[in-house]
Design a protein around this ligand. Structure first.
Ligand SMILES: *[C@@H]1O[C@H](CO)[C@@H](O)[C@H](O)[C@H]1NC(C)=O
Ligand SMILES: *[C@@H]1O[C@H](CO)[C@@H](O)[C@H](O)[C@H]1NC(C)=O
Length: 382
């Protein structure tokens, strides 16, 4: 049974590894003179995008900021903050409709009361256009400090403009997290540079679950599946397997708890699939732990059914766990290296499993061809 299932799971496993490649949405956006901009970044929140070219010799930044305003009469803003990471001190370009015409104005933001003013950089040229509920803000700016090519940037969208003054934006997570660092030379924008406590907890949630479902759990399966081929490893494999899965379960439950807490605090956004898969995983894993105590004796006639059930649930947890880790990675969108590291670990585990699978078959075939009176039953528990 498991012998038939395993290759299937391996195929699933490998296709999972190939599929979650990032596709940058900004690459497929089109607007006039798009080819003038060498870099583009999908910004982390508010469906916003930044296309830009930086000329270091003139410290000239040509950019297009694209975002949907919160309502059709709202505003969009992109800013550099040379002195901090948030809104206070942001040197902003804001695009909105003034007397029916789209304008771009600059603001040195010192409080929630906005007043048009000069900013830290020089604006050579700026315009804005709107189509399909999205505003594109074009600007050519000259940065005053030549060496400063890594900048804190902030972006925002707002619902309305009163007497030519952009009104306050919402204070949802997406609005509050609309900041990051921009590397003009590398062409990269990374998420919020000062990691807030919520993001920290999200990271902890991610690490706990990746270690549990993504590493310990598959390792426990590998131990059980391949060690028990060797009679001398009995009952060591059993204790290793139980120990590994118990640790995975405990860490997983901790990760699950942090996830539930994060979910209950997240008022605006619900990650339906991630949540449902997470809850299913917890239930399956709990059933699996109880299965340990309900296990019939090795020679009991129900043992075969118990095995099928135990392996079925085990492999389901394996697949769902890995799917959910990738879902979580997409939600959290950490630096690329984390995803790469996790994929590396999965490939290593997969390779070890594949190698052991081959070795096991060789051992089994040898045993069968030698004059053993006890043929291997494919489960090693004869
Ligand atoms: C922005 O306003 C603050 C407070 O009034 C001031 O200290 C700062 O120099 C201003 N920045 C620019 C670039 O004008
Ligand atoms: C300002 O930008 C517009 C559109 O990007 C461009 O057509 C125009 O030539 C620019 N003007 C100057 C003075 O650079």
């Amino acid at each position: 049974m498991a012998q038939i299932l395993l290759p299937l799971y391996l195929i699933l496993f490998i296709s999972l590894l190939i599929s979650p490649s990032y596709s940058q949405k900004c690459l497929s956006q089109s607007f006039a003179n798009k080819n003038l901009y060498t870099h583009c970044n999908d910004l982390t929140t508010l469906n916003s995008f930044l296309h830009y070219t930086y000329d270091p010799t003139r410290s000239m930044l040509s950019l297009v900021f694209i975002a949907p305003p919160a309502t059709p009469d709202g505003w969009v803003a992109w800013a550099i903050n040379p002195t901090g990471t948030g809104m206070l001190g942001a040197q902003s370009l804001i695009a909105f409709k003034d007397a029916g015409k789209l304008v771009v104005k600059t603001y040195n933001i010192t409080s929630y009361k906005l007043e048009e003013s000069k900013v830290w950089y020089e604006v050579k040229n700026s315009t804005a256009e709107e189509s399909n509920g999205v505003i594109r803000l074009f600007a050519e700016i000259v940065l005053p400090e030549k060496d400063k090519t890594t900048l804190n940037h902030v972006w925002q969208v707002g619902p309305s403009v009163t007497n030519g003054v952009p009104a306050k934006h919402e204070f949802l997570t997406a609005n509050l997290n609309a900041k990051g660092t921009l590397d003009l030379l590398k062409g990269e924008s990374s998420g919020a540079s000062s990691v807030d406590s919520r993001t920290k907890r999200k990271n902890i949630h991610g690490i706990l679950n990746a270690v549990s479902w993504g590493i310990l759990f598959p390792l426990g399966i590998i131990l059980a599946r391949y060690l028990r081929t060797f009679p001398s490893a009995d009952p060591t494999w059993f204790y290793l397997h139980v120990g590994c899965q118990m640790s995975a379960y405990i860490i997983g439950v901790a990760g699950w708890g942090t996830g539930l807490k994060l979910g209950s605090e997240s008022k605006g956004v619900t990650y339906m699939y991630h949540r449902c898969i997470g809850i299913t995983l917890f239930c399956l894993a709990t059933v699996q732990i109880f299965a340990l105590f309900l296990r019939p004796k090795k020679d009991h006639k129900f043992r075969l059914y118990w095995n099928i059930y135990h392996h079925g649930i085990g492999y389901s947890i394996l697949v769902l766990g890995i799917i959910n880790i990738f879902k979580g990675l997409d939600i959290l969108s950490p630096e690329k290296k984390w995803k790469t590291a996790f994929i590396g670990i999965l490939i290593a585990l997969g390779a070890i499993a594949a190698l052991l699978e081959v070795l096991t078959w060789i051992v089994v075939i040898r045993r069968k061809s030698s004059k053993s009176t006890k043929p291997y039953d494919g489960y090693g528990n004869n």
